[in-house]
Design a protein around this ligand. Structure first.
Ligand code: AMP
Length: 174
């Protein structure tokens, strides 16, 4: 099964980047041409019926497979980035982290009002990042028809921060 292969490939690093965090490293998936291809195929089988116009990938680990998914579906890719990276006019959204806060941005003119998007990131933890990305899309008046993660840390209840009824696929749940 794909999820079992992914779990075997994902490297778990205790106490990185700080004590108490078990970091899930997806780079071994990217390093495997067969496993990453199987994953993108699975993502595309879920995503295609949702008929997205764009895949929105969250910086930075949402870029690689988000772009691969967009290519597979024949749709465009739009990055959500940290402040100061996108050169044209942006929508911004601030959100809380465990300590402090963060901001994500998206180019205003790239999202056409009424279009359909799927948001992709490597991992759903507390949900703050994905919630902020959804809010950016809402500001742009686009429809979030799905949200995809490779990994969901279910014990952190991040899903509860996302709007009720959001179509979510997590390939691996810890
Ligand atoms: P959150 O906003 O709490 O849902 O955090 C999600 C973001 O933080 C994702 O972009 C992940 O890349 C990163 N992240 C949070 N926790 C972990 C973890 N245990 N291992 C790897 N990445 C993580």
């Amino acid at each position: 099964m794909l999820s079992e292969k992914l779990i075997q490939a994902i490297a778990e690093i205790p106490d990185f980047p700080k004590p108490g965090i078990s970091f899930k490293d997806i780079t071994p998936i990217l390093a495997s041409p067969t496993l990453s291809a199987e994953l993108v195929d699975n993502m595309a089988a879920w995503a295609a019926p949702l008929k997205p116009d764009f895949i929105v990938g969250i910086e930075s680990r949402g870029f690689m497979l988000g772009f691969a998914l967009a290519q597979k579906l024949g749709v465009g890719f739009i990055p959500v980035r940290k402040p100061g990276k996108l050169p044209r006019e942006v929508y911004s959204e601030d959100y809380d982290l465990e300590y402090g806060s963060a901001t994500v941005q998206i180019h205003k003119e790239d999202l056409k009002p009424g279009c359909r998007v799927i948001i992709h990131d490597d991992l759903l933890a507390t949900g703050g990042t994905a919630e902020a990305a959804i809010k950016l899309c809402t500001k742009a008046n686009v429809n979030v028809v799905g949200v995809h993660f490779i990994i969901e840390l279910a014990f952190l209840n991040g899903r509860n921060l996302l709007p009720a009824g959001t179509n979510i696929l997590s390939e691996v749940i810890y």
